[in-house]
Design a protein around this ligand. Structure first.
Ligand SMILES: Nc1ncnc2c1ncn2[C@@H]1O[C@H](COP(=O)(O)OP(=O)(O)OP(=O)(O)O)[C@@H](O)[C@H]1O
Length: 312
C-alpha cells in the first residue's frame, strides 16, 4: 500500500523571516501512529498546518492519499481531520449539533447512524443533547475529536492532545487514541512528552528548529534509552575491582567506595542479581544500593544536542 502521506522537501519561511521548516521529507504509512516530538517553536504545528491546508509552504510538496495538497486540495482535505491545540467550542451548542455542523462544513450530508456510532465510540452519546459548556475538560477534548472525525477522514491530526491536562485525562486520551487506531485511522500527533510518544506511537519523529532530526520505530528508540545505572555504596573501600568485573560494565569509583553498573533495564537478565550474589560471595559488604534512569527530558535534550544521534 502506498504511504497515506508523502512529504517531500517541505520548507516554510514565514513572512517575518522565521524558517519554521527546512527541507523536511517523511512518509507516513496508512494505519500507523506517528508522534512528532519537539520543543516549543520546533515547527510541529507548522508542519501539521501545511498538511491540513492552513499554512502555505514556501517549498516542497505534500500528498495525502495521492492528492497534492495544493493542486488537489479538496480531495486531500476530505481525507484529513484536525484536532487543534486549543479547545474552541460553541458553548451553547449541543454536542450532537457541534459535530453535525462540522460535518456540514465538509459538504457532507447528515448521517445520523454514523453520528451515533461516533459519539458512542467516544463515550459522548449520553451527552449528545448537552451544551458543550456543561462538559468536563476530557469530554470537551473528545467532542473536538468527534468533530474532526465527523466526515470520516482517513488521517487524524492531534496537535498536543494532552497539553496542560492532568494525568487522569492524559491516560483517557491515550485510550481514545488506541481505540481510534484499532478502527484503522492513521494518527499523527504532536507532543512535548516523550512518555506520551512512547505510549502511543509506532514511530517517533523528532523535530528541532525546523529540521526533522530523526524518525525511528518507537520500540527501537526506547530500547536504546532503556539503560539504567545501579550504584552500590560499599561498607569498606576496595583497592581494585575483582577480576572480570570490568568486562561486565562495572566500574569502581576512584575512592573505592562505590560501584557503578550500567545495565539494560529491559533485558531479561539485567545482571543485578548476579552482581549482588557475587558481592555476597566475595564478602564485600554493601551499605546502600540505588538505581537511576536518565529522565525523559534529559534523553530528549541529549538527542537534540547530538544532532539526532541516539545516545547509548
Ligand atoms: N504565523 C506565523 N508567523 C510568523 N512566524 C510563525 C507563525 N507561526 C509560527 N511561527 C514561528 O515558526 C516557528 C515554528 O512554530 P510552530 O508553531 O510550528 O512550532 P511548534 O513546534 O508547534 O511549537 P509549540 O510546541 O510551541 O506549539 C516558531 O519560531 C514560531 O514563532
Amino acid at each position: 500500500m502506498p504511504p497515506i502521506i508523502e512529504i517531500d522537501h517541505l520548507s516554510k519561511q514565514y513572512a517575518g523571516g522565521t524558517r519554521a521548516l527546512d527541507n523536511v521529507s517523511l512518509s507516513i504509512e496508512q494505519g500507523e501512529i506517528l508522534a512528532l516530538l519537539g520543543p516549543n517553536g520546533a515547527g510541529k504545528t507548522t508542519l501539521i498546518s501545511i498538511i491540513c491546508g492552513l499554512v502555505v509552504p514556501t517549498g516542497g510538496t505534500v500528498r495525502v492519499g495521492g492528492h497534492d495538497i495544493r493542486t488537489d486540495w479538496r480531495a486531500a482535505r476530505k481525507l484529513i481531520g484536525l484536532v487543534p491545540q486549543e479547545i474552541a467550542l460553541e458553548p451553547f451548542e449541543t454536542v450532537a449539533n457541534s459535530v453535525r455542523f462540522t460535518r456540514g462544513l465538509y459538504g457532507e450530508g447528515p448521517d445520523e447512524a454514523y453520528l451515533e456510532q461516533l459519539l458512542r465510540s467516544l463515550a459522548l452519546w449520553d451527552k449528545r443533547d448537552a451544551p458543550t459548556r456543561a462538559l468536563s475538560g476530557g469530554m470537551k477534548r473528545r467532542v473536538l475529536i468527534a468533530k474532526a472525525l465527523s466526515h470520516r477522514p482517513k488521517v487524524l491530526f492531534l496537535d498536543e492532545p494532552t497539553a496542560g491536562v492532568d494525568v487522569h485525562l492524559r491516560r483517557e486520551m491515550w485510550t481514545v487514541v488506541s481505540e481510534l487506531r484499532a478502527s484503522g485511522v492513521t494518527i499523527i500527533l504532536t507532543t512535548h512528552y516523550l512518555e506520551e510518544a512512547e505510549e502511543m506511537a509506532d514511530r517517533i519523529g523528532v523535530i528541532d528548529k525546523g529540521h526533522l532530526m530523526l524518525v525511528r520505530p518507537t520500540a527501537e528508540l526506547m530500547g536504546e534509552f532503556g539503560r539504567k545505572q545501579l550504584t552500590v555504596e560499599l561498607d569498606a573501600p576496595l583497592d581494585a575491582l575483582p577480576q572480570g568485573w570490568a568486562d561486565r560494565g562495572i566500574t569502581l569509583s576512584p575512592d573505592g567506595r562505590r560501584l557503578d553498573y550500567d545495565y539494560d533495564a529491559r533485558a531479561e537478565r539485567t545482571g543485578i542479581g548476579r552482581l549482588l550474589a557475587d558481592l555476597n560471595a566475595q564478602g564485600i559488604g554493601v551499605r546502600d544500593v540505588a538505581t537511576q534512569q536518565s529522565s525523559l527530558e534529559e534523553v530528549f535534550m541529549s538527542l537534540l544536542e547530538n544532532g539526532g544521534e541516539a545516545r547509548r
